[in-house]
Write a protein that binds this ligand. Structure first.
Ligand code: IZC
Ligand code: ZN
Length: 412
């Protein structure tokens, strides 16, 4: 039957279960089925079997894929990317080597503001081509869904241009895309020294347009000394809530100025980075059920400490992992590398990590009911790995171990 795929001879099928976040000890619980098979019909998982048994309607499969005893997991979900941008920032390398920090570069008018200039200059087509190329690379690495933020336009025309690019790509590319409007990423040059006026403009003009036109599901703010303070971040997020958006916060990336506590207060869907988060911040997140989206690639690239992931898991905060793919603080879209870092730097177990890059990441972008686990009724998104177990994914680094990526039951 067309539209029916059987993946057989799976050495281990490893997955978290359920539609909601897993925290505490449940973050480390995975189901592991040996000698398994999975049948996907019309893009959805129809049946999963194990111990050498085949699904009842296996004979109806139009296509059979032999996993040759390898590991199969759900498709990976990258819950935090800045996918659409003009130019690159390799020109910052000599400055970094001389000791300039991320904030030094931003304060000197570079960093995000440099990417804003390049994104404003880029045409819709250029951004569309470039972002599509990135998504192709992500898909080949095993990522079947991702979140993507605007935030390099910082004016009406160019923020909408970025979001329209995402809309078109979402219609055409196999990867599922969840769009986030990040109008509060930095104070643009034309509002220099006037962040309050900028936030008023965003809340009065751009955000309502984004809402009315269904161009994003979430709003995100860079809550940081060098960007927006807690008061400005609160104003932006309260406006976002009133417009019906889910809330995300870049919190405690450089300094803990109160971003994680604000995430807790507003019951944000997710708080991202959390490199400098203190005990109070972690407690605020654990009370509100906010997903901590941790980005170890950024700690690596900025030479910073690593977020206190073990303490978060201990205190019951659901942890997700993502790349933070962007031209300045993490120019890598390789979520497999993030898996290695989470194990070696955060000391997360392979099971906790799988949960973090699948169901918890899916929940951070509001897709826990559709993706993130391999269970009957979920989308048929999975990866056959050149590995027998999750330990190998934590161990081998720098190679692409995805052998076969399947999106909605199609080989991609
Ligand atoms: O372009 O620098 N942290 N935003 C907040 C970023 C990093 C992306 C960038
Ligand atoms: Zn980011």
């Amino acid at each position: 039957m067309r539209g029916c795929l059987l993946v057989k001879n799976i050495g281990t099928l490893q997955t978290a279960t359920g539609n909601s976040v897993r925290c505490g000890s449940a973050q480390g619980e995975n189901t592991k089925l040996e000698n398994a098979a999975i049948l996907i019909k019309d893009g959805m998982i129809e049946e999963i079997t194990c111990d050498g048994e085949l699904p009842k309607s296996a004979g109806a499969a139009g296509l059979v894929l032999d996993a040759e005893g390898n590991l199969v997991t759900p498709g990976l979900v990258d819950a935090h990317t800045h996918l659409v941008f003009g130019g690159y920032r390799q020109n910052e390398i000599p400055l970094k080597l001389k000791g300039a920090s991320y904030v030094d570069i931003l304060k000197a008018g570079g960093g995000i503001l440099d990417t804003v200039k390049k994104t404003r200059r880029a045409s819709f087509e250029e951004l569309y081509e470039k972002s599509t190329g990135f998504l192709d690379e992500m898909l080949a690495l095993g990522v079947t869904a991702c979140e993507a933020k605007s935030g390099y336009g910082l004016d009406f025309e160019n923020e909408i241009k970025q979001l329209e690019v995402l809309k078109k790509i979402a219609e055409e590319h196999p990867i599922d895309i969840v769009a986030t409007y990040m109008g509060a990423h930095a104070v643009p040059e034309e509002y220099k020294g006037k962040p309050d006026e900028y936030i008023s403009m965003v809340c009065g003009t751009v955000m309502p347009y984004v809402a009315e036109n269904g161009l994003a599901e979430y709003c995100d703010v860079f809550c940081e000394d060098s960007a927006f303070n807690v008061g400005q971040s609160r104003e932006y997020l309260l406006c976002a809530k009133a417009c019906g958006f889910g809330l995300k916060i870049h919190a405690d990336e450089i300094e803990a100025i109160g971003g994680s506590k604000l995430a807790g207060e507003l019951r944000a869907a997710s708080a991202e980075h959390l490199i400098a988060t203190d005990e109070e911040g972690i407690e605020a997140l654990s009370k509100s059920g906010t997903v901590a989206v941790l980005l170890p690639g950024t700690s690596f690239y900025l030479g910073k400490q690593y977020a206190p992931a073990r303490r978060m898991i201990e205190l019951g905060v659901p942890v997700a992992l993502a790349t933070d793919f962007n031209p300045g603080s993490c120019p890598s879209l390789n979520l497999q590398l993030i898996i290695n870092m989470a194990c070696l730097k955060y000391k997360m177990t392979p099971e906790e990590i799988l949960t973090a890059v699948t169901i918890n990441a899916a929940c951070a972008v509001g897709r826990g009911g559709a993706i993130g686990t391999l269970e009957k009724g979920k989308q048929g998104d999975l990866v056959v790995w050149d590995a027998k177990d999750m330990e190998t994914l934590c161990y081998r680094f720098g190679s692409n171990l995805a052998l076969q990526v399947i999106k909605k039951g199609e080989l991609v």
